[in-house]
Design a protein around this ligand. Structure first.
Ligand SMILES: [Zn+2]
Length: 384
């Protein structure tokens, strides 16, 4: 007989996870403990194995392993595959006014870095797997839990997991990407292209500017062409994810007060709606910038992420909305869900707690939210 984990037990699991620092190396400072996901991966892999999972290590980056674990269901390999993607990294802790890793349980909350983003979901998953294992229950569906690295900065964990699935020719029927949504089913968010253009000219004495080639003047024309592109985008019809957006975010150039500048860089942030191909958008922006610049232009691509959109009337969205009692919505922020278009049939983003507490000076998750997610997962996994 299976009994669902109690609220205190859920809180203990989340607290245990918070006490294992896993700050993304890019944001690791003196208070971060051992940076990266290696320690938490080791612990999670141990628990997955203890609860009967078939554990796979995937070293996405040196020293940064994602852990994938499979529980085979009664329906066999041809049955349905349910998946959870929960990232194990957290943002930095240097700005925290609260102890980052004590994982204390107080006021109906669990405190500490990662409590809400997103060790809450991982704690619920582990508590449920423990209950299922102790009760000797085999699920009807196949279950794959992916504890992925590098969500907060580099975003290599999600494409790494997608590649791993592709190599095995696996397609998940349903995937929940864990993020703090207040247990609301999030069924879409915009994609992103971030890149930088650099105009290359020639320095000269500023008293003789005709002897140089001014890169700032060239970059200025590029920014104006990009502004015109943003105006064009604003006239497009809105999609379910809104309108595409483009803005210049950084400009960098010049050598001195009396020197014609030979380089100038302009960085941009372009938000994509459903159906826009990040590679095609990038190529279009390069063409537009090159046409506008009177000087040779190079570019550097920082980030290319497709939009994520699961129609609101999809079966998974409808079911999760019913179980959570919340109206499905689209999010203003990005998540790992972008990476799984071709390796899932249906996907949503859902998890306990509020994005308001994520990345903050004090971070916590409400224990009631943990219990709520436990109830949703229990129904999803056919336990109740
Ligand atoms: Zn997160």
């Amino acid at each position: 007989m299976l009994s669902l984990p109690s609220s205190p037990h859920l809180a203990e699991w989340v607290s245990r996870l918070v006490q294992i620092p896993s700050v993304t190396p890019e944001q690791a400072g003196p208070r971060a403990g051992e940076p990266g996901e290696a320690a938490i991966a080791e612990a999670v892999a141990g628990w997955f194995a203890q609860f009967g999972g078939e554990v796979h290590w995937h070293e996405v980056q040196p020293g940064r392993p994602s852990i994938y674990a499979i529980w085979r269901g009664r329906s066999g390999n041809q049955g349905r595959w349910l998946g959870v993607d929960v990232h194990t990294d957290t943002v930095g802790v240097e700005q925290m006014t609260d102890p980052p890793f004590d994982g204390r349980i107080a006021h109906g909350r669990v405190y500490g870095r990662g409590a809400v983003d997103t060790k809450a979901s991982l704690g619920v998953v582990l508590a449920l797997l423990e209950s299922i294992h102790n009760a000797g229950v085999q699920l009807e569906d196949n279950l794959l839990i992916a504890a992925t690295v590098d969500e907060e900065t580099g975003a290599t964990g999600a494409p790494g997991f997608a590649d791993w699935l592709r190599m095995r020719e696996m397609i998940l029927d349903e995937l929940v990407v864990a993020e703090p949504t207040g247990c609301t089913p999030v069924h879409g968010h915009k994609g992103l292209v971030r890149m930088e253009f650099t105009a290359h000219g020639l320095t000269a004495h500023s008293a003789q500017p005709q002897r140089g080639q001014n890169a700032i003047w060239a970059a200025a024309r590029v920014t104006l062409a990009l502004e015109a592109e943003q105006n064009r985008l604003q006239a497009l019809p809105a999609t379910a994810l809104g309108i595409p957006q483009l803005t210049v975010v950084l400009i960098n150039g010049g050598i001195g007060r009396n020197v014609v500048p030979d380089t100038c860089s302009v960085a941009i942030d372009r938000r994509l709606t459903d159906g826009e191909d990040p590679l095609a958008v990038t190529a279009q922006l390069i063409g537009l910038a090159e046409a506008a610049s009177p000087l040779p232009l190079t570019h550097e691509i920082w980030r290319q992420i497709a939009a994520f959109y699961q129609p609101a009337d999809s079966e998974l969205v409808t079911r999760m909305a019913e179980w959570s009692g919340q109206t499905p919505t689209v999010a203003p922020y990005g998540t790992n869900a972008w990476a799984y278009g071709d390796v899932t049939q249906q996907r949503i983003v859902l998890g306990p707690g509020s994005i308001d507490q994520a990345h903050g000076a004090v971070e916590w998750v409400e224990i009631d939210e943990l219990a709520k997610l436990t109830g949703i997962y229990a129904r999803w996994w056919g336990l109740t």
